[in-house]
Design a binder for this molecule. Structure first.
Ligand SMILES: Nc1ncnc2c1ncn2[C@@H]1O[C@H](COP(=O)(O)OP(=O)(O)OP(=O)(O)O)[C@@H](O)[C@H]1O
Ligand SMILES: [Mg+2]
Length: 307
C-alpha cells in the first residue's frame, strides 16, 4: 500500500460499496407483505417460520399465509408460542392442519402437541427447542407446507441466541421477519449472505395493535378454562408410572401443570395437580384425559394452570 492508512481506506470504501441500498438508509426491510406472500405461495418452500417481537402481527400474518397456502389443498400450522397459544393449551406447543382456506385458529384440530411445562422460553430453553423440533418433524411427515408461528422473544442475547439456534435446529426454508425499526437485525443480519433460509423482512402490518399484559393473561386463562372445561379428577399412583419434571423437582406441586405421555413418547393430555401427596406415592389431578387412556409417564411442569 502506498501510504499509511490505505488499508483502512480501502476497507471503508469496499464495505460502503458492499452495503445493500436499503441498509444505507437505515432500514433493513427487503420485502412487502404482499410480495413475500406471492413469492412463498408461488415458490417451493415447505417450511416458513415467522419471527418478530411482541404484537408485531406474527399470528395474523401466519393466518394470512395459511389462507394462501391451503387454498385448494392443505397446509400445516405449527404454533410454538406457549404463552399466547392458538393451537392447543398454553404451556404446550401444537400443530394442526388447515384445509381449503384458513377459517380461524379455533377451527384447527390438534394433531400433535408437546408439553414444555412453561409459558415462555426463558429458563426453559431445552424443552422449548426439543418440542419445536419434534413437532416440526412430525408435521412435515404429514403436510407439504408448514407455517410456523413463534413467541415474541427477540430482545437481548437470550432472544438472539434462542432464535438463531431455533433456526439452526428447525432449518426452515424461509424465515419471515416482521419488524418495526430494524430490531431483528441482531438476529437476522447474520443470514444475509446465506442462501438458506431465505429471509424476508417486512414491516409491522398497520393494523397490528399491542395487547398489553392483562389481555395476554386473560387469553391464557380463557384457553385454560376451555381446555379443562370437561376435566375430571383422577388419582395417580406415582409408583406405577415414570415421573419426570421439565425443571427442578417436586417442591410446591399443587396447581402445577403436567402431561400424560404414552409409550410412544406422545403427549396425550394435560392436567393440573389438585392435591400433592407425592410422599405417599399419590397425586390428585384434574384432566380431560379420557378414562382408560394408557399413559406410561407423567411430566410435571413449572407453570401453574391459572384461570
Ligand atoms: N391485519 C390485521 N387486521 C386486524 N387486526 C390485526 C391485524 N394484524 C394484527 N392485528 C391485531 O393486532 C394484534 C397483534 O397481532 P398478533 O396477535 O397477530 O401479533 P403477534 O406478533 O402474533 O403477537 P404475540 O407477540 O402475542 O404473539 C392482535 O390483537 C391482532 O388481532
Ligand atoms: Mg402471536
Amino acid at each position: 500500500m502506498p501510504y499509511p492508512g490505505a488499508h483502512a481506506a480501502v476497507f471503508f470504501v469496499l464495505s460502503y460499496a458492499l452495503r445493500r441500498p436499503d441498509e444505507a438508509h437505515g432500514a433493513r426491510m427487503n420485502s412487502t407483505e404482499e410480495d413475500m406472500m406471492e413469492a412463498i405461495s408461488s415458490g417451493r418452500a415447505r417450511s416458513i417460520m415467522l419471527v418478530g417481537g411482541a404484537d408485531t402481527g406474527k399470528t395474523a400474518v401466519a393466518g394470512r399465509l395459511l389462507e394462501r397456502l391451503s387454498m385448494g389443498g392443505e397446509a400445516g400450522a405449527l404454533d410454538l408460542d406457549t404463552g399466547q397459544s392458538h393451537i392447543g393449551p398454553p404451556a404446550a406447543m401444537a400443530w394442526g392442519m388447515v384445509k381449503g382456506g384458513f377459517r380461524g385458529w379455533e377451527e384447527i384440530a390438534v394433531e400433535g402437541f408437546y408439553f414444555t411445562g412453561a409459558l415462555s422460553p426463558p429458563g426453559n430453553l431445552l424443552p422449548s427447542l426439543a418440542g419445536a423440533k419434534l413437532l416440526m418433524d412430525a408435521a412435515l411427515q404429514r403436510c407439504e407446507r408448514l407455517v410456523i408461528d413463534t413467541t415474541g422473544l427477540i430482545t437481548g442475547s437470550i432472544g438472539r441466541i434462542y432464535k438463531q439456534y431455533k433456526i439452526d435446529l428447525l432449518s426452515p426454508d424461509v424465515v419471515v421477519g416482521i419488524e418495526r425499526e430494524g430490531e431483528l437485525g441482531h438476529i437476522l443480519d447474520a443470514y444475509r449472505f446465506q442462501s438458506r433460509p431465505r429471509v424476508f423482512r417486512i414491516g409491522v402490518p398497520p393494523r397490528a395493535v399491542p395487547k398489553g399484559a392483562a389481555t395476554r393473561a386473560e387469553w391464557r386463562a380463557e384457553r385454560f378454562r376451555e381446555y379443562f372445561k370437561d376435566a375430571r379428577e383422577v388419582e395417580i399412583e406415582t409408583g406405577s408410572v415414570g415421573l419426570r419434571f421439565t425443571k427442578g423437582d417436586g417442591d410446591g406441586l399443587e396447581g402445577r401443570l403436567l402431561s400424560f405421555r404414552d409409550d410412544a413418547q406422545k403427549d396425550l393430555a394435560l392436567g393440573y395437580i389438585t392435591e400433592d401427596r407425592l410422599q405417599e406415592g399419590r397425586l390428585a389431578v384434574r384432566t380431560p384425559l379420557p378414562p382408560g387412556a394408557a399413559f406410561t409417564t407423567i411430566i410435571i411442569g413449572a407453570a401453574k394452570a391459572l384461570f
